[in-house]
Design a protein around this ligand. Structure first.
Ligand SMILES: O=C(O)[C@H](CS(=O)(=O)O)OP(=O)(O)O
Length: 229
């Protein structure tokens, strides 16, 4: 199995074989919490205009998403796992558009298979890839807005790679370092608490909390569907 780690939108465009689009803070952690909360499916979407059009066509769907972290005007919810945990998502279809994660999905056009990547289901995803024995795996770290590398996404990619290569990985030390990284302090500052609640940091770093894999398939131009496999 050939494994490559790629970065951001450019990396998503290059991804081939089985592509894991990784977004720990917060898009693909959130999708895991939504599915664990009973959502039937999530529809990742690139453009917010596409998301709004889908909502108009299907008023019963929920609209979730952010730009620069903040909930988009008129949306039912932002990109926050803490918020999702407090909502009744049973049987719901949720349209989801974000600055990094869903843009990665929309750009992974060369991939044969797309999986979402996050710490909360990293081991389940890596084990699935090992079982399927895909010849090429692209681990794509979506970073900040898909434009700037982020340590938590690289950490997730390195962890998954270690599982695929059957090597040990010291997640406890890595998480201690991550907690000190300047880029994650937005979750711990009063001024940014409304957009990036501290609870999201802890929910997104609960490594291997979920034992399911999320696969993404294209439905139409710019619209995808995430389901548990
Ligand atoms: O809402 C988030 O946490 C991020 C915003 S940003 O990319 O860090 O500015 O969006 P996501 O697509 O979940 O990375």
């Amino acid at each position: 199995m050939e494994i490559e780690i790629l970065q951001m939108i450019k990396g998503a465009r290059k991804a081939k074989g089985c592509a894991v689009i990784i977004d720990v803070f917060r898009a693909f952690s959130l999708e895991c919490y939504m599915m664990a909360g009973g959502a039937e499916r999530v529809l990742p979407v690139g453009a917010k205009e596409t998301a709004c059009r889908l909502k108009e066509e299907h008023p019963d769907y929920l609209l979730a998403g952010e730009r620069h972290g903040a909930i988009l005007p008129g949306f039912d919810m932002g990109n926050s796992p803490a918020q999702a945990e407090k909502m009744d998502l049973e049987g719901k279809t949720i349209i989801h558009t974000t600055s990094a994660g869903t843009q990665g999905v929309a750009n992974a056009r060369k991939a044969d298979i797309i999986l979402t990547g996050s710490l909360v289901n990293a081991k389940a995803t890596a084990r699935y890839i090992r079982k399927e024995n895909f010849p090429h795996v692209s681990l794509v770290c979506m970073g900040l807005e898909g434009k700037k590398p982020a340590p938590e996404d690289l950490l997730c990619a390195e962890y998954m790679k270690s599982i695929l290569e059957e090597r040990p990985f010291d997640m406890e030390s890595e998480l201690k370092m991550l907690r000190k990284d300047p880029s994650v302090q937005k979750f711990f500052r009063k001024e940014t608490a409304e957009i990036f609640p501290q609870e999201d940091y802890w929910l997104c770093t609960m490594t291997d909390r979920f034992d399911f894999v999320l696969q993404v398939k294209a439905l139409e131009e710019d619209v995808f569907e995430t389901r548990k496999i």
